[in-house]
Design a protein around this ligand. Structure first.
Ligand code: ZN
Length: 78
């Protein structure tokens, strides 16, 4: 089954957290070796996650916190 980049980008969060099934994880890994665009997306995601982990919620203005979290979770309620 061939997936498009737009499909795979939605899986990057689960990929980073190792939440994907082994087959999908391997497929995404294969795709990433050949797709600079998705690698760039992955790096953006990873740096955002590590940024979120490196700062405490209290240190962030609410608006920025919401933006970052909605980028990661896509379910920010605010
Ligand atoms: Zn791609």
């Amino acid at each position: 089954m061939k997936r498009r980049c737009t499909d795979l980008v939605g899986l990057l969060a689960d990929f980073v957290e190792h939440q994907l099934s082994p087959e999908i994880h391997a497929e995404l890994e294969r795709h990433l070796t050949a797709c600079p665009r998705c690698i760039a997306q992955l790096k953006t995601y990873e740096s955002t996650v590590s940024l979120l982990r490196s700062i405490r919620d209290d240190d962030l203005p609410a608006e920025l916190r919401c933006t970052l979290k909605s980028f990661v979770n896509r379910n920010c309620g605010n």
